[in-house]
Design a protein around this ligand. Structure first.
Ligand code: AMP
Length: 380
């Protein structure tokens, strides 16, 4: 089914073809027609499923046919849990707004950066993508008014609840007009989320996309038994010896992410860290350099990695194991997307052995293990 049969204007269909979106992903073919008829939607879908375009496209279409709000009265509010996702989502809106006959202004706002430029730039914004805390601050300062919102989107709603944004979210809901369309996206369903659904959604269309589990078959998974002291040399060996490009390395803490980057750099491997202690500018810079291939290795913690979409990521290395099997699948699910096969490598110490078995069991797949004792790590 082509995009043109979903009810989108020719200018949007053209923008889609310029972005090389050939056909709608399942979440898009199901959600777009429903959103266009102003139905509420509950989408159970992960990053990578195409959920952003699934709501951005019909929202842009709707904005073409209505009188848009003026001044600081925004039309559409997209709430997201992290700064990275805010930037990512607003980029999608901006990308598809380019050829529209009726211009649409999108802006992302989040904490951790100065509020004044955001307050000034909010004039004339139609689509506001925001993290909850900063949105409340802006509203309290009269920099934005939410009383004319016609569509509310909650993206990664489960993560927003997990990060403790419930109270802020409830405060925001109280500021919105009662009559509006609600679109809620979440990677998982939970009891907490159920509460939210019931408050927000009226007779929603439910779209459920199982994305990541299917992807696992595309990924070549390997594990290396290694001692704690040889982890660093083994990591460098794997990158240098195999001349790996675009490697995402996961650590379990901020401290160890910085340490790994330090060591890689000292050994002539270009690397940057991305984690919660870095400023917004530093995170953006690291992600950008990694995406365009200027930095070969990005070292990340789990919290930061969630929700970031990097196309065609060929290698993920688990320098340290994640706590949960779900996080393991989430990490390695970043490779093997869009039909490009990826490789996931996991370093396993004696202490990790039991935990890694639990992860494999939950995943329902056994990983080929190699003993690094047999590898000559001298000089790495
Ligand atoms: P998302 O789940 O919204 O983060 O999207 C995942 C990735 O898929 C993004 O890089 C999008 O640019 C890409 N994408 C989304 N929909 C399509 C489509 N229909 N065709 C090709 N790429 C798409």
């Amino acid at each position: 089914m082509p995009f043109s049969s979903l009810g989108l204007s020719p200018s949007l269909v053209k923008a889609l073809s310029l972005a090389n979106y050939k056909e709608p992903y399942p979440i898009q073919s199901q959600a777009i027609p429903a959103i266009l008829t102003k139905k509420d939607v509950l989408g159970i879908a992960q990053t990578g499923s195409g959920k952003t375009a699934a709501y951005a496209l019909p929202i842009l279409e709707q904005l073409q046919h209505k009188t848009k709000s003026k001044n600081r009265f925004v039309n559409v509010l997209v709430l997201v849990p992290t700064r990275e996702l805010a930037d990512q989502v607003s980029e999608v809106f901006k990308q598809f707004s380019k050829g529209l006959t009726e211009p649409v202004k999108t802006m992302a706002v989040y904490g951790g950066v100065s509020i004044n430029p955001q307050m000034m730039a909010l004039q004339g914004v139609n689509v506001l993508v925001a993290t909850p805390g900063r949105l409340i601050e802006l509203e309290e300062n009269n920099a934005v008014h939410l009383s004319e919102i016609s569509v509310l989107v909650l993206d990664e709603a489960d993560k927003m609840l997990n990060l403790g944004f419930k109270e802020e979210m409830t405060r925001i809901f109280d500021l919105l007009p009662k009559k509006r369309q609600n679109l809620l996206f979440s990677a998982t369903l939970s009891e907490k989320l159920d509460g939210l659904n019931q408050v927000l959604l009226k007779d929603p269309l439910v779209v459920k996309i199982e994305a990541e589990e299917e992807n696992i078959d595309l990924i070549k998974q390997t594990g290396y038994f290694v001692t704690e002291v040889k982890k660093g040399p083994l990591l460098r060996y794997l990158i240098k010896h195999n001349d790996l490009k675009q490697v995402l390395v996961f650590t379990s803490s901020i401290y160890s992410a910085d340490k790994v980057v330090d060591k890689l750099k000292k050994n002539g491997i270009d690397a940057m860290a991305i984690h919660g202690d870095k400023s917004q500018e530093a995170r953006k810079d690291a992600l950008h350099k990694f995406k365009i291939g200027k930095t070969n290795v990005l070292v990340a913690t789990d919290l930061i990695s969630r929700g970031i979409d990097i196309k065609f990521l060929p290698y993920v290395i688990n320098y340290e194991l994640p706590r949960s099997p779900k996080d393991y699948i989430h990490r390695i699910g970043r490779t093997g997307r869009a039909e490009s096969p990826g490789e996931a490598i996991t370093l396993v110490t004696e202490q990790d052995k039991h935990h890694f078995r639990v992860i494999q069991k939950k995943m329902g797949k056994w990983v080929t293990m190699i003993d690094s004792e047999g590898i000559d790590l001298k000089g790495f």
